[in-house]
Design a binder for this molecule. Structure first.
Ligand SMILES: [Zn+2]
Length: 76
């Protein structure tokens, strides 16, 4: 897996690493959590569908929250 510089034209925050995406995917599969990650500010989001794209981030207000499965597919 590779760290992406940009997704849909948004610069990806340095904290959004493949390791973190994999960890979030595993958490999603082993619990009822639906984690998402904001690629703009690196904030964790909850109640996010796995294939979510461009959800509004509660932290920075940008439409940059992606579901973990979606991020994992893009990083492969
Ligand atoms: Zn954000």
């Amino acid at each position: 897996m590779t760290t992406l510089a940009r997704i849909d034209g948004v610069k990806v925050h340095p904290s959004v690493t493949p390791e973190r995406v994999v960890e979030a995917c595993e958490r999603e599969m082993s619990s009822l959590d639906n984690p998402g990650i904001c690629i703009a500010c690196g904030e964790d989001a909850e109640c996010c569908e796995p294939d979510a794209r461009k959800y509004i981030c509660e932290g920075c207000g940008l439409p940059a929250v992606y579901g973990t499965a979606e991020l994992a597919i893009m990083m492969m």
